[in-house]
Design a protein around this ligand. Structure first.
Ligand code: ADP
Length: 622
C-alpha cells in the first residue's frame, strides 16, 4: 500500500462538526466529494461532488461503504472487495483511515486514483453511529508524479551532463553524467556558482548566456570548453533552456552539456589528415553535388570553398576537359560505380596541373547510398615525364637514323668504287675511300655510344648497373680521357691542372665514362669557345674534378633538372645540339653509386663548371 502524503486542508472530523452547524446546503455544494454511511455501512448521504467523482448515483440506504461502481487496489488492476475499502475498515474498527489509496472505475470505464479519508462519527454515549468520508481525487497529481519520476530517471541515466541553475548562475541540480564528466560530486556543486567549471578565459560567456536566458531564449549546440575538478579541459556542446514558473516567468536554466572532447580530437585528426594530404579529397551528396573539398584542392584551384559547392568545382577544370570529366562522373553516378578520369585544372586562368581523380560511392550506417568520396592526384610530373619519354623516342629514332643513313651512303659509295676497281681507279679514289672509312668509323662510334647509353639507362632502371671496383689513379684516368677527347675536337684546347696524388677505389671504366660525358658536353655546348679547363684536386678525403667550359651556360631552373632522365634544356641554342638527355642522368647515377656527388654552377651565356666529388677512402665493394 503506498503512502499518501496528501493531507486534506480541513479534516473530515472538523467538517462533520461544521456541517452540523451549517446545515445540508453547505454539505451538498462543497466542492470536495463527501458521503456518509450509517454504522452498518449503508450510504446515508452524499453530495454533488461525490456523484461526479463516482460517475454514478448511489442508492441511499442500499449501497454499502462506497458509491463507486468498481474499486481496485492502487495498481489499478487487482479488484478490491467493498468490505475491504477504507470506509469499511473505519466502521469496523472505529478509527480514521487516512493512509490508503484506491482506484475506482466509473461505469464509463474511466479510472481515477482516490485518496479516501473516512472518519468515524460517534453519538453522545460514545457509540459509533456512522462515518464521514472525504474522497480526494489524486489522479492528476499521480500522473504529474509519474512524469516527474520518468524525467528524473532520464536525467539520471543520461550520458550528457544535465545541470540546472538559478538566474544568478547558482547550480541547483547536477546529474550523474555531470559528476562523471566534470569530476565534481553533486554536493560539491549544488549551491555553488557554475563559474567553478568555467575556465577563466571563457568567463565572459556566462553573463551573455544568462542574458539570453532572461529574455527567454534557448541556446543550442554552443561549443565551448569547461574545466574538470582535475583542471583538465573538456570540449562541450551546450544546449541551454530557460526554466519558467507557472506564471511563465523565467526562474532559472537547465543546461545539457555533451562531452565532445573525443569528437573534437577525431575532428582535428581528420581535418589535419585531410588538409596536409598531398592528394586533394572530395565528397558529394547523392545527386553528385560537391559537399566537401580539402585544403589541398583549394590551394590547387584558388577557388574559395563556398564557390566549390554543387558543380562549382568544375570551374577549375579547363574548358576542353570539362565535358568529359562531368559525363564520366554522371555515368558512374547513375550506376553507382567507381569513377576515374584525367583532366587538367586552372589556377587564376592558367593551366597548372594534370589531375587524376578516382571516386567511389559511399553508404550510410543503414547501407543507403550517401554519395561519392574520392581523391585527386597531381600527375603533372608523371605527364611531363611521359611527354619527355615520347620526345625521347622521337629523338632517339632520329639520332640513330642519322648515322645509319650516313653509314649506308658511304658503304654504297665504297661498294661502287670496289665494283669498278682497277689499279688506276684505286689511286684516284684513294682519298674518297679514306674519308668514307673515317666517317663510317665516326658514325659507328656515335652509334655505339648511343646504344650503350640506352643500355645503361635500362640497366639503371632495372637496378642492374654493376660496378667493378679496384684502386686506380684518378689523375692518370683524367689524362687518358682528355687524350681521347682531344682527338674529337680540333677547336678546343683542353687544359689540365692535376694536383691530385693518390688512388681512388672505384669502377675505372664507369668514372671514365662520366669524365668523357662531361668533357664531350663541354665541347658540344661551347661551339664558339677555344678552350676547356679541367682541374683535379684533393681535399679532406675527397678527390675533386672540375670541368669548366666557356659556352652557352645553363639557366638556374634548368641546372636543378639536367640530371633527370630525358631532361634537355629547351632553348633555341640547345636545339641545334644532338643528344638524348640521358648522359648526365647516367653520370649522376654512377657518381652516386660511388658515394660521390656531381653538381653544376653556371650562368647563361657564361659557360658552366661541372664538379665531381668522390671519396678517396672507399673500400672495395664488388
Ligand atoms: P645530352 O645528350 O642532351 O647532352 P645530357 O644528359 O648530357 O644530355 O645533358 C642534359 C642537358 O643538359 C643537355 O641537353 C643540355 O641542355 C644541358 N647541358 C649539359 N652539359 C652542358 C654544358 N656543358 N653547357 C650547357 N648545357 C649543358
Amino acid at each position: 500500500m503506498s503512502e499518501i502524503a496528501v493531507t486534506p486542508p480541513i479534516s473530515p472530523n472538523h467538517l462533520s462538526i461544521a456541517f452540523d452547524a451549517l446545515g445540508l446546503d453547505v454539505f451538498e455544494n462543497i466542492p470536495a466529494a463527501l458521503y456518509t454511511c450509517d454504522s452498518s455501512g449503508r450510504i446515508t448521504m452524499y453530495n454533488k461532488a461525490a456523484v461526479e467523482l463516482w460517475g454514478r448515483t448511489p442508492q441511499i440506504g442500499k449501497d454499502l461503504w462506497c458509491g463507486s461502481w468498481k474499486i481496485f487496489h492502487p495498481d489499478g488492476i487487482t479488484p478490491m472487495d467493498f468490505d475491504e475499502c477504507p470506509m469499511a475498515i473505519t466502521l469496523r474498527e472505529g478509527r480514521p483511515v487516512t493512509d490508503r489509496e484506491i482506484v475506482i472505475e466509473r461505469p464509463d470505464g474511466t479510472l481515477r486514483n482516490i485518496h479516501p479519508n473516512p472518519v468515524p462519527l460517534f453519538d453522545k454515549a460514545g457509540n459509533i453511529k456512522g462515518a464521514l468520508n472525504m474522497l480526494v481525487d489524486i489522479t492528476d497529481k499521480k500522473l504529474a508524479d509519474e512524469k516527474l519520476a520518468r524525467l528524473a530517471a532520464i536525467v539520471m541515466s543520461s550520458d550528457d551532463a544535465i545541470v540546472s541553475k538559478s538566474l544568478d548562475g547558482i547550480v541547483t541540480s547536477w546529474n550523474d553524467a555531470a559528476e562523471r564528466i566534470f569530476g565534481y560530486k553533486s554536493d560539491e556543486m549544488i549551491g555553488q556558482p557554475i563559474t567553478k567549471i568555467i575556465p577563466e578565459s571563457r568567463l565572459e560567456e556566462e553573463p551573455k548566456l544568462l542574458k539570453q536566458l532572461r529574455q527567454g531564449e534557448r541556446v543550442e549546440h554552443f561549443e565551448t570548453q569547461r574545466r574538470t575538478k582535475e583542471g583538465k579541459m573538456r570540449d562541450v556542446s551546450l544546449s541551454v533552456s530557460p526554466i519558467r514558473d507557472k506564471f511563465e516567468k523565467v526562474i532559472g536554466a537547465s543546461k545539457i552539456a555533451r562531452d565532445i572532447t573525443d569528437q573534437k580530437i577525431n575532428e582535428l585528426m581528420l581535418k589535419t589528415i585531410s588538409s596536409v594530404s598531398p592528394v586533394a579529397l572530395w565528397m558529394t551528396d547523392t545527386n553528385g553535388n560537391n559537399i566537401f573539398v580539402n585544403d589541398t584542392w583549394l590551394t590547387w584551384t584558388g577557388i574559395p570553398l563556398e564557390n566549390q559547392k554543387g558543380k562549382g568545382w568544375m570551374d577549375a577544370v579547363i574548358p576542353e576537359d570539362k565535358e568529359d570529366a562531368y559525363e564520366k562522373f554522371k555515368v558512374a553516378l547513375s550506376r553507382k560505380e567507381n569513377y576515374s578520369t584525367k583532366f587538367r585544372i586552372l589556377k587564376n586562368g592558367e593551366q597548372v596541373r594534370w589531375c587524376f581523380t578516382e571516386g567511389s560511392p559511399y553508404f550510410d550506417r543503414n547501407g543507403e547510398f550517401a554519395g561519392y568520396a574520392g581523391s585527386v592526384t597531381d600527375i603533372t610530373a608523371m605527364k611531363k615525364l611521359e611527354d619527355r619519354k615520347d620526345d625521347f623516342i622521337k629523338m632517339a629514332s632520329h639520332e640513330l637514323k642519322t648515322p645509319i643513313t650516313s653509314i649506308k651512303g658511304y658503304v654504297q659509295l665504297l661498294q661502287a668504287i670496289y665494283a669498278e676497281m682497277n689499279e688506276e681507279k684505286f689511286k684516284s679514289s684513294r682519298q674518297t675511300v679514306k674519308t668514307s672509312l673515317h666517317t663510317i668509323s665516326k658514325q659507328v662510334n656515335k652509334l655505339t655510344r648511343l646504344v650503350s647509353e640506352l643500355l645503361d639507362l635500362s640497366r639503371i632502371e632495372s637496378g642492374r648497373l654493376e660496378l667493378h671496383k679496384k684502386e686506380f689513379d684518378l689523375g692518370d684516368l683524367v689524362e687518358e680521357t682528355v687524350q681521347d677527347i682531344r682527338l674529337t675536337t680540333s677547336r678546343h684546347a683542353i687544359i689540365v691542372h692535376n694536383d691530385f696524388e693518390g688512388l681512388i677505389n672505384g669502377d675505372k671504366d664507369r668514372i671514365g665514362q662520366v669524365l668523357t660525358n662531361l668533357l664531350a658536353n663541354a665541347v658540344k655546348y661551347s661551339p664558339d669557345a677555344d678552350h676547356i679547363e679541367i682541374k683535379v684536386s684533393c681535399q679532406a678525403n675527397t678527390a675533386i674534378v672540375k670541368i669548366q667550359d666557356f659556352g652557352i651556360g645553363i639557366e638556374p631552373e634548368d641546372q636543378v633538372r639536367i640530371f633527370e632522365r630525358f631532361y634537355r634544356v629547351e632553348g633555341k641554342s640547345e636545339q641545334t645540339f644532338p643528344g638524348f638527355g640521358i648522359g648526365l642522368f647516367i653520370a649522376n647515377e654512377i657518381v652516386q653509386r660511388h658515394q660521390g656527388t656531381i653538381s653544376v654552377e653556371s650562368k647563361k651565356g657564361n659557360g658552366s663548371v661541372f664538379t665531381i666529388v668522390l671519396p678517396t677512402n672507399l673500400r672495395s665493394q664488388s
